[in-house]
Design a protein around this ligand. Sequence first.
Ligand code: HEC
Length: 213
Amino acid sequence: MSTGAPIQRVNPMPRSLNSLASCLVRPLQLPCHMRILGILAAVFVAGCMGDVPTGGNAAPDAAPIAIDAPPPPPPIDAPDPAALIKEWSGCMTLANFKTAKMAVTWGSLSTTNGQQCANCHSTGGQGFIASLNETVYFQMVTQQSAYMLKYFTVDSGKVIVNTQSLKNAAITLTDHPRFDPTNNPGMPALQKFYDLTVAVKAAGPCPAPVLVN
Ligand code: HEC
């Protein structure tokens, strides 16, 4: 068979197509048309099967590579702000308060329209104290956190001068009388009181805290 003459096909058309062709010229024969439908259905099914993915070249939607979450950072040993404020209350001394001239400057400071801060704040009204009465002023700032925090606050683990509360009153609060929150006689006094208090703390340990609440 392998080396013989080419096979002579009497009818080169596949049998199914051959009968299909003969069927087409005899349109009224029902079995013929059933056969056409059968062939079309087979072609349709084969066409569908051609779309079945082979898997080999499938898109890379395989299982994602598991990446280990980084370990949580070690807890930073930041001091508790409340503890810092409490400690700070013991570091502030009346002697340094006087040396820094806190009462003289803040107690006589005025707003741009000439109103003394003490006019509204001399006894701590409106959540802020500024008074010529050194003893009362010092007690309020050291014993009451609400008043202390208007002058000092905690940032990044240490006590700093609270410039923000003064800017709030001077610039942001719409109903508050305006004043310069940066260049006024009170700010250098506050900075000096801060520096002296930092020095007490650095020499440490500070006297017992006096903060009441
Ligand atoms: C006419 C009265 C009046 C005068 C004068 C006045 N204040 Fe006030 N101050 C207020 C009132 C009222 C509030 C509360 C406003 C609020 O909480 O909305 C306040 C609030 C503040 C606060 C707290 C802001 C905050 O963030 O909570 C500061 C600080 C302050 N004043 C500083 C001053 C200084 C410094 C002066 C003088 C330069 C001054 N005030 C003059 C009435 C006054």
